[in-house]
Design a binder for this molecule. Structure first.
Ligand SMILES: [Zn+2]
Length: 137
């Protein structure tokens, strides 16, 4: 397992740079990548964010507590109870679980390549954030 951490942060860096490349942003600038960038760059504290456990999309807590919130990615809304506070999720979930989910996700057949890559990147971002959160604990 030697070097996996370094490899992982290299991968994330690569992905973040690709996200930042001109033309890779969605219209409006509030894209998925921008949200994860805010967290990876520690622009905002994690405790203001929630995670959609269906698609791993992140959103601001304030947006979620509004009753009309709907996950911009997979479309679940607050009635589905699939939102978890991001920081609590990272503290409560063992890294092995996230890594296992990532491996399982990569073995899913039939997912669109873009979505497969996007969600794999989200898992990797979560692992980076988790290392940060648990390292501080
Ligand atoms: Zn979602």
């Amino acid at each position: 397992m030697k070097g996996v951490g370094g490899m992982l942060s290299g991968l994330v860096k690569d992905l973040v740079e690709r996200w930042r490349a001109p033309g890779s942003q969605h219209a409006g600038g509030a894209s998925d990548s921008a949200r994860y960038e805010i967290l990876l760059d520690e622009v905002e504290p994690l405790d203001r964010w929630t995670l959609c456990t269906v698609c791993l999309n992140v959103d601001r807590t304030l947006a979620v507590v509004r009753s009309r919130w709907r996950c911009t990615d997979c479309g679940v809304d607050t009635r589905n109870d699939t939102q978890q506070p991001l920081q609590a999720y990272l503290i409560a979930t063992p890294p092995e679980t996230i890594e296992k989910n990532l491996r399982e996700w990569m073995n899913v057949k039939g997912a669109r390549v873009a979505y497969r890559t996007l969600r794999a990147a989200r898992y990797k971002c979560l692992l980076v954030l988790q290392k940060r959160v648990q390292g501080r604990g």
